[in-house]
Design a protein around this ligand. Structure first.
Ligand code: FE2
Length: 446
């Protein structure tokens, strides 16, 4: 007897709509085979009835330590990155371990409910008490059985421009982070910015860690730290273990420099993370009209062969007052912000919150619906990836390490239009709904 059998699922990236049975045991996918009538005994059976099976969502960029602090002690009324940093500098004086643990564990539960099983969080380490970092390291270990959490030592107020910035970054590495961050566009001078990247890469190399730098998060076409970070990625040999987050200045680079930049980005193997919700919200604040969109060159860099992922960035904090930790919302907003709305581009937007984000986190060895991989997957009652993004379909089941950790019943909105029989309405076109077995109820049988 196996632990879990998922019958009649459709693999989301399969070329055909063939139904498959997914066998999970001991937290691992042990077999995937075309659906048969053969009797298989399992402790839990899910009758998927054509529902899509997808690898879990991946959050490549969030700040868990600041989540759920919007308005404390005051609201960021200008809506700029800079006022956000000032608000947070005031709020972090009152951090306690319990405060951080309560907020972070709540948001991580939201993530799991939404189908996210890998999260990379930046943690502000320009705080000599390390209250937030220590709390997050403890939570990372406590929640390991459900969700993978990567922590980035993030020098929010600078490495070169903050008192003892270098020592704080080194100490964070010693305490046990997974990646080293930087914020070169915030440093006092361009030279400080360059030195901060070189130092961050040096710490990562000495401690065997990944790198994820906030890079060029500003509407300034003169901010070009991305070329420094990519060159460091190439020359250090870290390559795809390095990520440049935001790179919003790239939205203002002209064609000649953009073309030159593609070459070093490709050779370096570096990843980019765009954060559509927050970039749309924070950038362009100093513009009149025309007002810039505030995003990096997502479509162009994907076309050039660079790996790009979409992240949330902030959830109800000084930099963004909204957010529900739901990646399919990021994919939808990202599709609009980048004008990636052709059928193939909509699929790319889904990939940017799944496998492209997993590649950014360097977790592809344990990611995907394949025999031998951890049994982490979602069941999505949608026709296909396009339908999933368009209707913002929630996972009916979230499965982590072979266990069902979240369930969402199907939408039950009934339209009672005068003169018509009551009908079920969820945005599905009737011609699609007519023979679509995927709308069948998904049941769990213990
Ligand atoms: Fe960020």
């Amino acid at each position: 007897m196996i632990d879990l059998l998922i019958r009649e699922a459709r693999l989301i990236d399969a070329a055909t709509s063939e139904f498959v049975d997914i066998h999970c045991d001991g937290g691992v996918i042990v077999k995937i085979q075309p659906t048969t009538s053969e009797a298989i005994t399992a402790r839990t059976v899910i009758e998927a009835r054509g529902t899509l099976a997808s690898p879990p969502y991946v959050e490549p960029h969030v700040h868990l330590d600041t989540a759920l602090t919007a308005g404390e002690p005051r609201w960021n009324l200008s809506g700029t990155l800079w006022e956000g940093i000032a608000c947070w500098a005031e709020r972090k004086k009152s951090l306690t371990r319990e405060d951080v643990t309560d907020r972070v564990s709540e948001v991580l539960r939201w993530y799991v409910a939404n189908g996210v099983l890998h999260v990379r969080s930046h943690v502000d380490v320009t705080d000599p008490s390390f209250v937030a970092l220590d709390a997050l390291i403890e939570l990372r270990d406590q929640m390991r059985d459900v969700i993978d959490l990567q922590l980035v030592a993030f020098p929010q107020e600078g490495i070169e421009s903050f008192p003892n910035g270098r020592e704080l970054l080194e100490e964070a590495a010693r305490r046990g982070v997974d990646a080293i961050g930087a914020i070169p566009h915030f440093e006092d001078t361009r030279e400080d910015g360059v030195r901060s990247i070189e130092y961050a890469v040096d710490v990562a190399l000495r401690h065997g860690l990944l790198v994820d730098a906030h890079c060029d998060e500003i509407d300034d076409e003169q901010s070009r730290f991305i070329e420094v970070l990519a060159t460091q990625a190439l020359r250090s040999g870290l390559r795809d273990k390095v990520t440049a987050s935001h790179t919003t200045a790239m939205g203002s680079y002209g064609p000649a420099y953009s073309y030159k930049l593609q070459r070093i980005l490709l050779r370096s193997g570096i990843n980019l993370v765009s954060n559509p919700l927050i970039n749309l919200h924070l950038q362009g604040r100093f513009d009149g009209y025309p007002k810039r969109r505030g995003l990096t060159q997502v479509k162009e860099m994907l076309a050039a062969g660079v790996n790009v992922a979409f992240g949330h960035d902030d959830i109800m904090d000084p930099w963004y007052p909204l957010g529900t930790a739901n990646p399919i919302q990021i994919a939808l907003v990202g599709a609009h912000a980048t004008q990636m709305t052709s059928p193939d581009e909509i699929v790319e937007c889904y990939r940017m919150v799944t496998d492209r984000a997993a590649a950014t986190l360097n977790v592809m060895d344990r990611y995907g619906i394949d025999e031998g991989k951890p049994a982490n997957l979602l069941l999505l009652p949608a026709l296909d990836t396009f339908d999933l993004v368009r209707r913002q379909v929630r996972p009916s089941h979230v499965i982590s390490r072979g266990r069902i950790v979240a369930t969402t019943p199907a939408s039950t909105t009934t339209l009672q239009w005068p003169g018509r029989e009551p009908e079920f309405v969820d945005g599905v076109r009737m011609k699609d709904a007519a023979g679509a077995s995927w709308r069948g109820e998904v049941k769990s049988v213990s």
